[in-house]
Design a protein around this ligand. Structure first.
Ligand SMILES: [Zn+2]
Length: 277
């Protein structure tokens, strides 16, 4: 299994990308590097074989990103079916790395060729949200995905993420994988009408429904469901005091909006017991 071999590389990266291991001397364009002088030759080889060399600090322009995305859009392997199967396997905890791809894929579908237009409201392009230019450590970004995080705020990380995921086969999905999602949705639907996304996360944590997650990883999974419209969102709720570490569309969910089971059934071909429908 490819991911088993990769876990060695991730174990090494955990030692490198550690807050106590920053190396201000390799700082480049505002990005802080990490010390690697303690790595053995064998550890270097493992990282190299897995294409996960630390401090892979590179400059990207808006157009670099757009070109990468347009190329990815033509890739026949990168389909909705592939991305959905990855997500289902990601939430079971078997393959936490698989959680991000569905968000990246849905973003990718909207990317069209265009030139940068500065947004008046926020920093970045008014059309696609990407920065005009940025410096990134793509291995560090991939590392967070390997730990099981997923985010919708940083499309500048999605191109490297999608390129990385192409090395994995489409996972086989069994009924029990889907049952976990059904359990999660039924639990979400059980909320009080005023429940906020932050309170929802805490409740799910208590119920121990999602293996290999922490608070932020659970936000990532819930955010994916919100992007799909399975957790309906009302942007007005975003203006009410909510947690600042939760962004739209998840920030616009409240208990009274519940779960759109019809949508969930259509997207993931779920079998939901009567109660939910
Ligand atoms: Zn743009």
């Amino acid at each position: 299994m490819i991911l088993k071999e990769k876990s060695k590389a991730i174990g090494i990266l955990k030692k490198v990308y550690h807050h106590a291991n920053t190396d201000y001397e390799t700082q480049y364009d505002g990005i802080v590097g990490y010390k690697t002088d303690f790595l053995s030759q064998e550890q270097w080889n493992i990282l190299k074989e897995n294409n996960l060399i630390p401090n892979k600090i590179e400059k990207w322009t808006h157009d670099d990103f757009i070109n990468s995305f347009l190329k990815l859009k033509e890739n026949k392997k990168l389909t909705l079916e592939f991305s959905k199967a990855l997500f289902l396997k990601g939430i079971t905890g078997d393959f936490p790395r698989y959680r991000q791809t569905l968000i990246s894929f849905l973003y990718l579908q909207k990317v069209e060729e265009h030139t940068y237009i500065a947004s008046k409201k926020y920093s970045g392009c008014a059309i696609c949200g990407l920065p005009e230019s940025t410096t990134e450590d793509s291995t560090h970004n991939l590392f967070t995905y390997y730990l099981g995080h997923s985010w919708n705020e940083s499309p500048k990380h999605f191109a490297a993420e999608l390129e990385d995921i192409l090395q994995y086969p489409k996972p086989e999905i069994y009924e029990k994988d889907k049952e976990l999602l059904v359990k999660l949705l039924l639990s979400i639907d059980d909320s009080d009408k005023n429940e906020t996304p932050g309170q929802l996360e805490k409740r799910i944590a208590k119920e121990k429904l999602l293996p290999k997650t922490d608070k932020y990883k659970r936000y990532g999974i819930l955010q994916t469901l919100a992007i799909l419209g399975i957790l309906p969102s009302n942007a007005e709720f975003d203006n009410q005091p909510a947690r600042s570490d939760i962004v739209l569309p998840l920030a616009g969910w409240r208990g009274e909006l519940g779960v759109d089971f019809q949508k969930a059934i259509e997207i993931f071909e779920l079998k939901v017991p009567k109660k939910g429908v």
